[in-house]
Design a protein around this ligand. Structure first.
Ligand code: PLP
Length: 423
């Protein structure tokens, strides 16, 4: 199946007489006939559902669909994108460990890595997206456990150079983890370019309707944990809390997701509710159609903004003269996403006047759903960051982030036009 067909059919395949639409299994628990069998479930000796904090059939179907779209071997849903990125790191890093992340990432992830994980004893070095291979290697320490980046950075919409980061990660014996939220597997499949683990905030395009917060982690199964047993003891050595199971030995390519489910989800609990997973699945069924429209609308608007005198600059990798156009052609040849960044000439007050004058496009912290919306990261999502951190994250003080929806593009351009005339 190609991805468009997978959006519709993967994950849930009903048998004779079963509901055609994905059922919402609204049950915390599951019934068994023998105490012995239940014991086997707890020991991960038998497969089956026993408690929704660990696994639920609705969630598993949706995770399986995303797994198929990414071309992975195992996946799990989480309550949010934040929980997905936290688990992705915490599944292989513990107090005393270090990892490397591109500094051009979502503000919430930057905070999680730089502040909250630090309090847990995990240190993150942030590096420039355009760092050379040699300099990236120099960032490695004996306790470095992974590299992290975003396919298309939020909000600066730059493109991650997978081959460069994957080459260094693998040379140094660590996995590459990539947040693929903005591209979605419709426009980029990071595993094809060397990423080992992919995360998503499904809150964005995958849901696509702005109705459910959620996340997902997908494992390619390609990273060989057993090759570096001393570096990843959590996966290669016996887990005391699971009667001595060594995940990598027992579950092979499924080890990473099994550990994240059996250990992290069990102990920390940020599950997606089955009801939300159902909504997410509805969104996924039209993801391929929506991404096409998001990209064509965004490209038309980027061109319009670029030609307007009141606009100082526009970043959209789909524009042929954009700094990231070549990387976009290499990794996302069918389009990037609906998000673009631009700056206006003039003062901050004029930029605010512009945003306040929009009638159809509304101000919201959200991005990446069917309804166009706009935001000024330096005053909104990224306001906790210092000026220096803003620059590192690729956020200039004048950057306006426009998330282009799937409306008629001429209506959107008319709205932008009239708001520009107000300043
Ligand atoms: C929104 C976002 C997140 C965080 O996801 P939530 O679902 O809001 O917790 C992580 N990464 C990227 C790229 C995002 O855009």
């Amino acid at each position: 199946m190609r991805n468009e067909t997978k959006c519709i059919h993967k994950g849930y395949e009903p048998k004779q007489g079963e509901p055609r639409q994905l059922p919402i299994v609204q049950s915390t628990t599951f019934k068994y006939d023998s105490s012995d069998y239940m014991g086997k479930l707890f020991d991960l000796e038998a497969e089956g559902y026993f408690y929704t904090r660990l696994q639920n059939p609705t969630n598993d179907s949706v995770a399986a669909k995303i797994c198929a779209l990414e071309g992975g071997v195992a996946a799990m849903l989480t309550s949010s994108g934040q929980a997905a990125n936290f688990f992705a790191i915490f599944n292989i890093c513990e107090a005393g460990d270090h990892f490397i992340a591109s500094s051009a990432i979502y503000g919430g992830t930057y905070n999680l890595f730089g502040v909250t994980l630090k309090k847990m004893g995990i240190e993150c070095s942030f590096v420039d997206l355009n760092i050379s291979e040699e300099d990236l290697e120099k960032e490695f320490r004996p306790n470095t456990k992974c590299i992290f980046g975003e396919t298309i950075t939020n909000p600066s919409v730059s493109i991650f150079d997978f081959e460069k980061f994957a080459k260094v990660a693998h040379k140094m014996g660590v996995p590459l983890i990539v947040d693929n939220t903005f591209a979605t597997p419709i426009n980029c499949r990071p595993f094809e370019f060397g990423a080992d683990i992919v995360t998503h905030s499904t809150t964005k395009y995958m849901d696509g309707h702005g109705c459910t917060v959620g996340g997902c982690i997908v494992d390619s199964g390609n990273f060989d944990w057993l090759k570096y047993p001393e570096k990843f003891p959590g996966l290669t050595e016996p887990d005391e809390s699971y009667h001595g199971i060594a995940y990598a030995k027992k579950f092979g390519k499924g080890a990473y997701i099994t550990k994240a489910t059996a250990q992290l989800m069990r102990d920390l609990g940020p599950i997606q509710t089955p009801q939300n997973a159902f909504y997410l699945n509805m969104g996924l069924e039209t993801l391929h159609l929506r991404m096409e429209r998001h990209c064509s609308n965004a490209l038309a608007i980027a061109k319009f903004l670029k030609s307007n005198d009141k606009v100082a600059w526009v970043h959209y990798a789909g524009l042929p003269d954009d700094e990231y156009h070549d990387l976009a052609m290499k990794y996302c040849p069918n389009g990037t996403c609906g998000v673009l960044a631009f700056g206006l000439k003039g003062t901050r007050a004029q930029a605010n006047k512009f945003m306040d004058s929009l009638k159809l496009i509304y101000i919201a912290t959200h991005v990446a759903d069917g309804k166009s919306c706009i935001l000024h990261p330096a005053s909104h999502t990224h306001r906790q960051l210092s000026d220096e951190q803003l620059i590192e994250a690729g956020v200039t003080p004048d950057l306006i982030r426009l998330s282009v929806g799937i409306e008629n593009v001429d209506d959107l351009i008319d709205d932008i036009k009239q708001a520009l005339e107000q300043i």
